[in-house]
Every structure is written in structure tokens, then in C-alpha cells.
Design a protein around this ligand. Sequence first.
Ligand code: OOG
Ligand code: NI
Length: 465
Amino acid sequence: MSHQAFVDSDEIRARFSRAMSDMYKSEVPLYGTLLELVAEVNRNVMHMQPDLTERLSRTGEIERLDMERHGAIRVGTPEELATIRRLFAVMGMLPVGYYDLSEAGVPVHSTAFRAVHEASLQRGPFRVFTSLLRLELIEDVAVRQKAEAILAKRTIFTPRALALIERFETVGGLTPVEADEFIQEALETFRWHSEATVSAEVYQQLHDQHRLIADIVAFKGPHINHLTPRTLDIDAVQAGMPHWGITPKAVIEGPPPRKCPVLLRQTSFKALQESIAFIDDQGATVTGSHTARFGEIEQRGVALTPKGRALYDTLLNAAREQLGVAPNEGNADSYMKKLSACFADLPDDYDALRTQGLAYFRYFATEQGLAARKDVSRPRELEALIKAGHIQYEPLVYEDFLPVSAAGIFQSNLGDTAQAHYAATSSREQFQQALGATVLDELALYEQTQQRSLAACGKTLGITV
Ligand code: OOG
Ligand code: NI
């Protein structure tokens, strides 16, 4: 079989992301409403801010905006995580970054599966925040063993999905027919099941340890728990949500509003209460409920360098320390004021962010630069080329997540009272062992994209920059 017969992984990912969105829309109609609201806000922003629209067309972000979303799942065992990694690899999604949520009282650690090259991200920016339950953090030994036994019995992948993953690994790709089948079969893993695999009593025992543990252990699979579209103006979405009958969480996670957005800002609405059928020991069905799935919206800004990220972390911590307690409904205004005041120390200007080495950018050769190729006296050094208008730069968008924000999102859906305290240390090593691979360093990926854009400029202009 020739390689031409294989469907590109980027194509499989784009199609899978669309299929997932359609499935989630039918499962959670409110998600459809959210998509409409975000599309409306994005249209308004593009209409009102032609400058921004031009920048987004230069980077290609306009074309990917409508298909841009992330989802989240939580798996129960190392084997499930390792197989999820292999499943995502078929779609060109690799594990990027390590997030330790135990520090924030959530008994999981996580990575994000996503495409890594800017050309692939352009074809399909779909990402999945994937968490692994840390069973060792469950204090009650009997419950821990019960959870282990329940998880050991389930298979979250269909036999056909497993066969197609193996086929992909053996021959290096999937044919169009196989790819279609793979998308349908893989989707099954993420589907909602209104039937629990345990009795109401066992569910309650798991729930009493931590709500998340019940969510991970008591069901047939790791249902997708939210799917998040990207907006160009999260404050407008937050303000608009109540008009659409949606109540957002009190505080937008991440940095404050800025002219030049950095990293990631996120807001969500509370998890839905859903009817569940529990199976008792006699095999009879008992109806109860479970809350897991919620809605989320995000706005993405420029990726920060290690220096910029350290400054971000310092400023965010300063604001939270000044507040003294976790941000909540009662102190939301006060928190936002403190946050804005603290963030005055992070320049709100792309040129300053760039020249101070705080953020990553992509560089583009201009028509003017091309026209000057024969000019012997033209500048050859980056700053001079920018000044002369031969090279333009655009912010490189942040493709990842933020641990403090993720903890806030988890918590708002667990109820603010559900905070637990774990003495656990961060365990990247253990996570990677479960994953069967090392997680990629997101900062190195941004650096590479920036470097490739500079190399492309050099090539176009016939110089070395
Ligand atoms: C994941 C929460 C984290 C985000 O956007 O930071 C997340 C979860 O609840 O499983 O999705
Ligand atoms: Ni999320």
C-alpha cells in the first residue's frame, strides 16, 4: 500500500474535533448556545477592530478561530492514560506540559494533548486537557482498593478503536475508510453514559472521598466534561452570558483584561445536574444524579517566555496573596482590582514585551522587504529590518493551559467547599511512566516556532537573521 493512500493526521484531528463538537452539542444543548454567543461576540470584535482582524489574518488565526476548542477528560489508570496517548497520536496530538493539580486540592495530574507544529495547529488547533486520577492520594484504604478493582474491570476503548490504533502504529497511517471508522470508534470513548457501573451506595462512598473520584471511577468511560470555544473578547462573553440564560462563575481565571492579551483567560458555568441510573446488587436500577459536565469559554493571548512567565506567576501570586483567600463571588470585584493593579508591572505593549524578552512572536517578511532585496544598503539586522518595515511581527498565541486557572475551573465545578488538602509532592516522573512517554516542553515548542519564522524571513529576504 502506498503512503498516498493514508489520510493526514491533521485531517483526522480536524474531522474528529468536528465530530466531537457535534456529539457534545446533542448531549449538552447549552454548548450550542455558547457557540452562538461566542460566534456573535467574535463577529462584533472583528467588525469593531479592523487592526486586530488584520493581525489575525496575517497569523492565520482567523481561519482556525471557528474550529478552535479544547476538551477535558479524566482517566482512572496508567493503562488508560497510555492508550489515550496512542489514540491521540493517530490524530497528530502529543502530550505537552505537566500540570500538578494536587497542590490545589484536586487528586489528579495532567497533560494537554495537542498538535505541536504551527502548520498543524493551523489545520486543527484541537486540544484535550487529560487528567490521571492519583489513587494513592485516597486516604481510605478500603475505598482505594474498591476504586482500583472497579477500574481494573472496565475497558474504555472499543475493540475496533484498539485495532485501528495498532494498524496505525504498524503501517504508519490509516486509509480513508479506516480513518472514518477510527473517528466513529474513538468518539465512543468520550461519550456520556447515563448509566453508572456501580450501585448508588458505592457511588456515594467514592463521592465522599472526593466528587472527582466518583466522576472518574463510577462510569463506563471518561466522558468529555466540557468543550471550550475561543473568543476574542471574554469580558463581552462574560457580560453577555446572563442574557442567554447562562450564569458564569464569578471570576475570570488568568490575567486581567489588557490591550495586549497574554496567555489565557477562562470563565465557566456550573456543572449540570444529570440523571443517572445506578445498578444495585440485585441488578435493579435506582435513579439518582451526578454533576460533572460544564461549559467554559476562553480567550487566548501571546505566549510568554520563561522570563515573562515567571513575572506572570509573581504578579498573579501577589494579587492572590493580597486578597488573602481564594477568589470567589463575594470578593470578585476586589480581586479584579488587585489583579489589574499588580499586572501594571507587565508591559501592555507588544513591542515592550518583545524587546524585553517577555513574550514569543512570529516574524513575517513584508512586500517592502522583498522589494528591497537588490538594495545593497538595506539593513540586515532584525531590529533595523523591523524599523525599516522589511519585517513585521505578530504575537505567537499561547496553546497551553495554566495550572492555577485549571484548579479554579475544577473547583468552581466541585463547589467551593469541596477543597481537600494533599501532602503529595508533584510527580512528573510517575505521570510520565504511566503515560509511557515524556511530556514535551511547551516553551521549547514556542521557541522553535519563533525560530522557524525568523529563518523563513531570512530565506525570503536572502539574508541571515
Ligand atoms: C479540567 C479542568 C481544566 C482548563 O481549561 O483549564 C481545564 C477538568 O475539569 O477535567 O479544562
Ligand atoms: Ni477547560
